[in-house]
Design a protein around this ligand. Structure first.
Ligand SMILES: Cc1ncc(C[n+]2csc(CCOP(=O)(O)OP(=O)(O)O)c2C)c(N)n1
Ligand code: SF4
Ligand SMILES: [Mg+2]
Length: 305
């Protein structure tokens, strides 16, 4: 049976993130951090590498977070989280949750081998990657997940040449207990996926798309609507994978019933970082999206037959 979906008024009143941190206005990470901690609760140890999240959390003794946080080196997040779980096990503590929370640079690039090892070992941890699609904390350099054509501080004219890595698919290929994708435009979906993941044993992974106004070169006030467009145009797909079975989550599943999705150009034109893309580049991205959704529709039809 499907678990009841959390509505905004069901969220716990307690704030584990205080207002007044150093995150930019319109930051998608900030939205998910506040709502995510409501799902995680106080009995948790967060493991966080260098990233905008460390800036948001602040420097001891001034911090916005009401949970224990272990700051670790850039490459070691999943290995350090494994060590925290082992230390808790040695204390016979099976109630404290261990949550690694890292950016795309710390996950897709330098932290990838530690992540792969922790999944293979089946460590009992939840790993959350918030993906703002670049190294934002250090001034917007391209990361492994930066999409092709995006302009960053260290890409030349024409933007990034390579495709972005699909980290959720890389993780899913390891066959962990749970994989899900989320978006800052759907924070309650993020909340419920965290709650579900934490009810399971073994390695759980959540990949969350988070808009970043300075890095994506857009006004703060449109950040959430731009993140929502990534989902409603079919570019960024929200799903869960359990026991090897992929299931579209509600915001994406709803798109299956639509004859036509909004064009992806709406998403790209709202952001300065895509300005190097030509109309032909955008057409080719649109074709990839159309092909992907034709595949989902075929799967749905054959499952119903
Ligand atoms: C070994 C090492 N190399 C480089 C850095 C500098 N550094 C700190 S944060 C960061 C960017 C992190 O990017 P990401 O993980 O995507 O998080 P975001 O800043 O986007 O939130 C870098 C390169 C470092 N701390 N350690
Ligand atoms: S640079 Fe981007 S990710 Fe970092 S705090 Fe600002 S909006 Fe958030
Ligand atoms: Mg990043």
């Amino acid at each position: 049976m499907e678990a009841k979906k959390t509505q905004i008024l069901d969220l716990c009143d307690e704030e584990l993130v205080h207002p007044g941190n150093r995150g930019c206005a319109g930051c998608g990470l900030n939205i998910l951090y506040r709502i995510g901690l409501k799902a995680i609760g106080e009995d948790a140890i967060l493991v966080v590498p260098p990233s905008c999240l460390t800036v948001v959390q602040g420097l001891y003794p001034i911090t916005c977070s009401q949970v224990s946080v272990l700051n670790v080196t850039f490459a070691s997040t999943a290995a350090a989280a494994s060590g925290v779980r082992a230390a808790l096990r040695a204390q016979n503590n099976d109630h404290t949750k261990v949550v690694a929370w890292a950016g795309d640079g710390g996950t897709a690039d330098i932290g990838l081998q530690a992540l792969s090892g922790a999944i293979e070992r089946g460590e009992d941890i939840l790993y959350i990657c918030y993906d703002n699609e670049a190294y934002m904390n250090t001034g917007v350099q391209r990361s492994g997940t930066t999409p092709r054509g995006v302009l960053t501080a260290n890409t030349s004219i024409g933007g990034k040449r390579e495709r972005g890595k699909d980290v959720a698919a890389i993780v899913a290929a390891h066959n962990p207990a749970y994989v899900a994708t989320c978006s800052a435009a759907y924070p309650l979906d993020f909340h419920d996926k965290i709650a579900k993941a934490l009810s399971m044993k073994g390695f759980k992974y959540i990949h969350a798309h988070t808009p970043c106004p300075p890095g994506w070169q857009m006004e703060e006030r449109i950040a959430v609507s731009v993140a929502r467009l990534a989902v409603t145009t079919g570019l960024y797909v929200l799903y869960e994978i359990e026991n090897g079975q992929m299931k579209l989550s509600e915001p994406s599943a709803k798109l299956l019933g639509k004859k036509k999705l909004p064009p992806v150009s709406q998403y790209m034109q709202a952001q300065g970082r895509f300005r190097a893309l030509t109309p032909a580049d955008i057409d080719s991205i649109q074709n990839e999206i159309d092909t992907k959704w034709a595949g989902y529709r075929r799967q749905m039809t054959s499952a119903a037959a």
